[in-house]
Design a protein around this ligand. Sequence first.
Ligand code: SF4
Length: 155
Amino acid sequence: MLRYANYNIVFQEIPGEVTLAINLSNCPNRCKGCHSPYLQVDEGTVLDQSELLEILHKYGSAVTCVCFMGGDAAPHEVEQLSLFLKSQHEYSLKTGWYSGKNELPPYLSVQNFDFIKIGAYEERCGGLDSPTTNQRFYRIEQDEMIDETERFRNK
Ligand code: SF4
């Protein structure tokens, strides 16, 4: 079951989009230097379709994208919620997923998202805006993953 700790409207995480970033808890990764240790705890509000609709009613027309931050303990639930969002045509929102894993989980269909970031946080490499980052940010076109990590360094 997915839970979220909080959400914010952000401008940096998905280039060119106004994004509602939902911070999912119960992160199974234990990155050294974790920027948000509170997200490692399994607590917060259950994020299911009805909760997502509640959030959309408040912010759905103010954003162009919804990004799931985390959710590596239940990636296919994240994927299902992304599909659900895409079925809400009145909002016509793009969807993104920030995973802290270095590889995508088996059986995930990337075309169910518009953007995917993968890669653990490694202190010595830095985040997406670092020239030495190990993380990758992809735009999804059909089932093709186009690496657009460079866009974070040109801001
Ligand atoms: S993936 Fe993010 S939240 Fe999870 S341990 Fe790593 S830095 Fe912390």
